[in-house]
Design a protein around this ligand. Sequence first.
Ligand code: ZN
Length: 84
Amino acid sequence: MNSKNHKSFLKSRQLSSILWMIKNLKEIFNMGKINKEWHLKNKMPKNPSFEERMEWHIKHMENCSCREPTPKLKEEMKLYLKKK
Ligand SMILES: [Zn+2]
């Protein structure tokens, strides 16, 4: 391997490790945002009604951001809030 090739080899190695770090940091960051205390105190009831489910998700969004609501859930929440 000549020195020029060696340099570009090192560059691509650095780039891939940076990309790997960004990907994992994002996961770590998202995981860090879980409000464990809230989850322990606010368990989703078994066989929840639509209202119970919506109330849970609304409170969950206010207190915790461990997961993004799905587009379907967002639509359901909109419907629920309109009816209220
Ligand atoms: Zn959560």
